[in-house]
Design a protein around this ligand. Structure first.
Ligand SMILES: [Zn+2]
Length: 472
């Protein structure tokens, strides 16, 4: 049933190798920009498949690009393979059982993400060769999605400059064309410098950088009432100026993570937060220095590509899960709250059902409650018409970034979803290569969306990828 089309047979023909790749990546969870073994595994598969390989893409040691085919349009399929800290978990059990060791785990399913994308690219490569079609397919191995904004740096370096369309996916509880809603965000470090002095003997000589940070936080708290309700501002203290209360703190540093629905709104919020920082410095007679650490843009949708991908979903349907798959998913649901499960249904806008695994494709017009996270796919979507699938690989209600998600990363259901979505992505690629109007329509759609606000990289030119950054 799944293999009425040549492209789907080409996916199935090599699925064992890529299920193996996904399991190996699951077993070597590596944090952002440290995905050395994971990228080596992806490079091995690219070599085996005969792709032309560009290592260390955009100067990032754990980024890679593989290309196949000649001439014609360039179809990019994006993959990820970074893990998360603190989400180590034994596979295939429905209780919290961290594995001994460093503690990282694939709590966002990126082991499946990269493997399915590479599988789709490999199938599309063979389809191009067998049908003697002019066109190129590229697999982009993108590191550091979890807070490292690698794709934004890759876009800035020109890695996507000649790409015609980009296709990607994310593991999910549901089958759908992803709604292009995510927040733009940026991380800015504010470093205050004052003057140390004896806090009792000479308080009048001290100027406290810690006071400045506190006043800045208060100022931003007041601002929260007067900003768009879908914007978000979070902060973390990086340096409180030391542990001695009897020394006036001469330095202090706070990291702000600012999110907004769209890039122009983000730019306005950053300017307001900076003014508050300057106000705090003025009040305390300290100096402040603001440094942008990273940033990602909001996702832009693309109606023609979304329609094309949805037609692939209509032809292929949802993955065929069996009773064993559902039994384990039900066990996982037993560890979740009713609210977890209800929230998952609300997010995709379908009425709550009883099945623990999604067995239908969510309609295009469903009334979704948009997600309020961020993804660095956003930056690609401003440069290249981009479409993203979600495919069910885990129990409905499983929270993102949870041990339950790590536990489901190697299940037969996860692998069914992974192979299935590779078919959706590859078929969308075939659509773009056979319907000569699709790419021009996709490009016109992107041009209309960016007409008033052309893409501006949210990361200043002098800031490079934070290769040594801890995950967040
Ligand atoms: Zn993710």
């Amino acid at each position: 049933m799944d293999n009425t089309e040549e492209i789907w047979r080409l996916v199935d023909a090599r699925k064992d190798a890529f299920e193996g790749l996904s399991d190996r990546i699951w077993g070597m969870p590596e944090l952002q920009y440290a995905e050395k073994r994971s990228v080596a595994e992806h490079i091995k598969e690219l070599e085996r498949e005969g792709f032309r390989i560009t290592r260390e893409l955009a100067g990032i040691p754990t980024a890679v690009m593989g290309e196949a085919g000649e001439g014609g349009p360039v179809i990019a399929i994006l993959g990820e393979y970074d893990a998360l800290p603190g989400l180590s978990q034994e596979a295939g059990v429905a209780e919290h059982r961290p594995l001994p060791g460093a503690g990282a785990g694939h709590g966002c399913g990126h082991n499946l993400l990269g493997s399915a994308s590479l599988l789709a690219a490999a199938a599309l490569k063979d389809w191009l060769a067998r049908n003697k079609v002019k066109g190129r397919v590229r697999y982009y191995g993108c590191p550091a999605e979890e807070g490292g904004a690698a794709k934004a740096f890759m876009v800035r370096s020109g890695a996507f400059a000649d790409v015609d369309i980009a296709i990607t996916w994310h593991p999910s509880a549901f089958c759908e064309v992803a709604d292009a809603v995510s927040l733009a965000n940026t991380r800015v470090d504010f470093s205050f410098t004052g003057r140390a002095s004896h806090a009792a003997a000479a308080p009048h000589l001290g100027r406290s950088a810690l006071d400045a940070v506190e006043l800045m936080n208060v100022g931003v708290n007041y601002m929260r009432e007067h900003m768009p309700s879908d914007a978000r501002i979070h902060y973390a203290l990086l340096d409180a100026g030391g542990i001695a209360p009897n020394v006036v703190q001469a330095t202090a540093k706070v990291r702000y993570l600012i999110r907004a629905r769209e890039l122009p709104e983000l730019t306005r919020l950053i300017a307001r937060v900076k003014k508050i920082a300057e106000g705090a410095a003025l009040m305390t007679e300290t100096k402040v220095d603001a440094k942008v650490i990273s940033g990602v843009s909001n996702l832009l949708g693309n109606a023609p590509l979304e329609q094309a991908m949805f037609e692939c979903w209509e032809r292929l349907g949802p993955p065929a899960f069996d009773e064993t798959d559902r039994a384990f998913a039900r066990k996982i649901q037993g560890t979740l709250s009713d609210e977890d499960i209800a929230t998952a249904y609300r997010r995709v806008g379908v009425p709550k059902g009883g099945a623990p695994l999604c067995d239908a494709v969510v309609p295009m017009g469903a009334k979704r409650t948009p997600m309020v996270g961020s993804t660095d796919v956003g930056d690609v979507s401003w440069m290249v018409p981009t479409v993203q699938a979600h495919c069910s690989t885990y129990a409905i209600g499983t929270p993102g970034h949870s041990w339950q998600l790590t536990a489901q990363g190697k299940t037969p259901a996860a692998k069914k979803g992974m192979v299935h979505v590779a078919k959706i992505m590859a078929a969308t690629g075939v659509q773009a290569l056979t319907d000569t109007t699709l790419i021009p329509r996709a490009k016109a759609d992107l041009a209309a969306r960016t007409k008033d606000h052309p893409y501006v990289c949210p990361i200043p030119e002098d800031i490079g990828p934070p290769l040594d950054m801890a995950a967040d």
